[in-house]
Write a new protein. Structure first.
Length: 342
């Protein structure tokens, strides 16, 4: 028999790459060839390359397949792209839905890599490309800004604690104030760089303007949405987008009984999910349509957090609709649509 396809399924974590190499022969039956664990580092990538050379058939190119797992998959993805390897990055919900169809009773890193390998062998997947240079730089800047906000919040809390002391130490307070001022200056500098990046590309500038037509969405949030999704490159529909952000709802169910409360999965891009929190609050306060939706959900379930998450999800979905249509927010849209309440 002749091998027609080879796939390396990769389950990525912060420190490890659990891989599973498989092949499909002309009888169209998938077969596992080998499995191993490597460091998620440059050394690990080189070791993986040597291992592939040992087990893969040289006449058939290896197709690398992995999940989009926050930031941990990115170093390997760029390394593979730089070395002209064929790579596909799949949204987590696709893999998890596929894995549930397999006869696998225990979920581990190894079984996850195996499921990814089978998925790659059985499906025709889009090839991953490096992000647009502007999106890549914008993502680095927005993530740096997010980290600065965390640091500044911690320093402000520390300053408040110092000032509340019975006998505060003036020198400590002054140093804290200087550090906060430095972070403020750095944050302003980052925003200037983001503005310059947006202005440098007419198409991205247009997309930012369209997305900002949504209530609660400002330039920074629009930039985060675009750079974290690489211009919605992997996104085919609204459901995929909410899953990628980890705003999709998961519930444990057995037969006709639900075990446990439904919760958002949080299994996605946390930077994208975090970016939707404040815009949702702003939309609820400033837009009567979103305010009405929020009130309706609270009246139905009595849980404000649940209603807030629903608004986050709806706002994010609407950015995708605006992107696909190339038209600004239609204020009549929410009057003609029912919110998907979970």
């Amino acid at each position: 028999m002749t091998t027609v396809k080879q796939v390396l399924g990769i389950d990525v974590s912060q420190d490890e790459l659990v891989v599973c190499l498989g092949k499909m022969q002309d009888d169209w039956q998938p077969e596992q060839v080998a499995a191993k664990t490597f460091e998620n580092s440059k050394k690990g990538f080189l070791d993986l390359d040597k291992w592939i050379g040992k087990y893969a058939e040289p006449a058939v190119p290896v197709h690398y397949v992995m999940e989009a797992t926050g930031v941990y998959h990115e170093s390997l993805a760029y390394w593979l792209a730089d070395n002209q390897q064929t790579l596909s990055i799949v949204l987590p919900n696709k893999i998890s839905n596929y894995a549930r169809s397999l006869d696998v009773k225990t979920v581990t890193d190894k079984t996850a890599a195996y499921a990814i390998m089978l998925f790659g062998l059985e499906r025709k997947l889009d090839h991953w490309k490096k992000p647009h240079p502007v999106y890549k730089m914008m993502r680095q800047l927005t993530r740096e800004r997010s980290q600065l906000i965390v640091e500044r919040t911690a320093l402000k809390n520390q300053l408040h604690a110092e000032q509340s002391e019975s006998e505060p130490l003036k020198s400590s307070i002054e140093r804290l104030k200087k550090r906060i001022a430095l972070l403020d200056k750095q944050q302003a500098s980052i925003m200037e760089e983001i503005d310059a990046l947006i202005a440098s590309d007419a198409e991205i500038k247009k997309l930012i303007r369209l997305i900002c037509s949504l209530p609660g969405i400002g330039k920074l949030t629009a930039a985060i949405i675009l750079c974290e999704t690489n211009g919605f490159e992997l996104i085919k529909n609204k459901r995929q987008l909410t899953s990628y952000a980890g705003l999709d709802v998961k519930e444990k169910q057995s037969g006709t009984s639900i075990k446990g409360k439904p919760r958002i999965s949080k299994r996605g891009n946390r930077n994208l999910r975090k970016a939707m929190y404040m815009p949702a609050l702003s939309a609820i306060r400033s837009d009567k349509r979103f305010k009405a939706i929020f009130a309706r959900i609270v009246a139905r379930h009595g849980i404000k957090m649940k209603a807030g998450v629903a608004i986050q999800r709806k706002l994010l979905e609407m950015t995708f609709i605006i992107f696909k249509k190339g038209q600004p927010y239609d204020k009549a849209y929410l009057q003609n649509q029912l919110l998907d309440v979970h």
